[in-house]
Ligand binder design. Structure first.
Ligand code: ATP
Ligand code: AMO
Length: 434
């Protein structure tokens, strides 16, 4: 707005024009206050009824909560005002009226169910503590991009309409593509691998993934944002080092640049960027430690996936982010390389937060013959993946990488109970709009 000269965090001593939402009207009789809210905070507008123009008072105090107004007046010091400054208005203009019945209360005085909040995200994000989550999410992405720059990566974008799936465990969303069967991509996996053989060598992508997970859990989405990394001439241990650097950088960025947001979320005291190295446990050690906790009804054996309660028990035991390495080959995807001296043992790893998995990765199978044999072992038709395997015949370097879910990173960082709180417009089993 051209008219707006200041935001609500204005200093006293000037004539100003502010613009924002009507947060609250407090009428004390002879004197009344309109509390105006904008992205920077709130400011008190004072109306002395007997001393001011009647029409001005009527407009200023008659407007419905959450309407959008501009106010011009003198900003003066006032110790009783919440911010120590108030505006005595010369004019008030209503730019957009709000209905008086609101689907949720942006002042936060009345709690709303998560589903009501998600149906009315515009109003929900008028609450500073909700907005804070998305300011922090943006800072996470900014810090992550900077960390990739430190690592000498090139940012890439790969197709989201694809011909094949890659992540065996989850279903694909089918679409029709000019009469042909196609899918929404589950992961940039194959494309990022093709790029490290291209001369770009070290790449990252931040983009959407689509997974037709039938179940409804607090930590799965049907559309998520994935941070993918891939590097030529890296083995799985170097990929883990890069993963640790990126995750720590995200925490450090938030610690350094989001003090106000952390305060709003009640995390100012407790938030700390991890500074120790993330412990690296083998899968064998992980199942032994889970079994030793006695938290599971049945003991885990080699080849079992880790159940959620097992992940929780181990997370409590370790108490920090950690890696699980050396998974059984049979439960890792075809593109993960086995150890050279043991074809039952993979170089796949997961990086865990104490409450859930954040990352999967590993060294990749770069040898053409082994790659094709791996498809057959997993019951996949190598012909369908020819666009991918073909390039492994023209000099594909050894390489490694990983994928990190943005929403799970933000959720665990802020202790959110539901992954949907870390997405503006979540897609889940029940939710296709807004
Ligand atoms: P990924 O991204 O690899 O899918 P994940 O953490 O989602 O990571 P899954 O393989 O989907 O991993 O599931 C891990 C664990 O989560 C499984 O052991 C399973 O017990 C549990 N789990 C999956 N779906 C559900 C569900 N609907 N309800 C409860 N637990 C579930
Ligand atoms: P994976 O399938 O384990 O690995 O996914 C990696 C990470 O992405 C996040 N994630 C999800 N977050 C929310 N909802 C979902 N439905 C969902 N699915 C995955 C998690 C998970 O740890 N191609 C490999 C990565 C690689 O090897 O480079 C992959 O996709 O945080």
């Amino acid at each position: 707005m051209n008219d707006r000269t200041h935001t609500a965090d204005v200093e006293p001593g000037e004539t100003v024009t502010v613009a924002g939402w009507v947060h609250e009207i407090r009428d004390l009789g002879g004197i009344a206050f309109l509390i105006l809210r904008d992205g920077s905070g709130r400011i008190q507008i004072k109306f002395e009824k007997d001393e001011m123009d009647e029409e001005l008072v009527e407009t200023g105090l008659g407007v419905a909560r959450e309407s959008v107004v501009t106010v011009t007046g003198d900003a003066e010091e006032e110790s009783r005002a919440p911010t120590g400054v108030e505006i005595t208005p010369d004019s008030v203009e209503v730019l957009a009226d709000s209905d008086t019945e609101l689907p949720l209360d942006p002042s936060g005085k009345v709690d709303a169910e998560l589903s009501t909040r998600l149906d009315n995200r515009t109003l929900d994000l008028r609450k500073p503590e909700v907005k804070a989550i998305f300011e922090i999410r943006a800072e996470v992405l900014r810090s992550v991009r900077e960390a990739f720059r430190d690592l000498g990566c090139t940012e890439i974008n790969t197709p989201k309409i694809v011909a094949t799936g890659t992540e065996g465990g989850t279903e694909l969303f089918p679409i029709t593509y000019f009469g042909e069967e196609a899918f929404m991509n589950q992961s940039p996996q194959l494309f990022k691998q093709l790029m490290v053989g291209s001369g770009l060598e070290r790449v990252f992508e931040i983009g959407p993934i689509f997974r037709a997970e039938e179940h409804n859990t607090p930590r799965h989405l049907n559309e998520a944002t994935m941070i993918d990394f891939e590097s030529a001439f890296f083995d799985h241990t170097e990929a883990m080092d890069a993963c640790e650097h990126v995750v720590k950088s995200a925490y450090e960025g938030v610690a350094a640049n989001c003090a106000d947001e952390l305060e709003l979320l009640g995390l100012a005291e407790s938030f700390a960027a991890p500074d120790e190295a993330f412990p690296r446990l083998t899968y064998q050690e992980a199942i032994e430690r889970i079994n030793a906790t006695g938290d599971l009804d049945e003991q885990l054996v080699w080849g079992d996936d880790l159940p959620t309660e097992g992940e929780r028990a181990l997370g409590d035991d370790v108490g920090s982010h950690y890696f699980i390495t050396d998974w059984p080959s049979e439960i890792k995807p075809f593109y993960i390389k086995d150890h050279d001296d043991d074809d039952q043992l993979s170089t796949g790893f997961d990086m865990m937060h104490p409450v859930m998995e954040l990352v999967s990765g590993g060294q990749r199978e770069h040898r053409y013959d082994h790659l094709v044999a791996g498809f057959e072992q997993q019951g996949l038709d190598p012909d369908q993946f020819e666009y991918y395997t073909k390039m492994f015949r023209y000099g594909m370097p050894p390489h490694a990488g990983w994928g990190l879910g943005v929403e799970r990173l933000v959720m665990t960082m802020l202790g959110l109970e539901n992954i949907r709180e870390a997405v503006l417009f979540p897609r889940d089993r029940q939710r296709l709009s807004p």
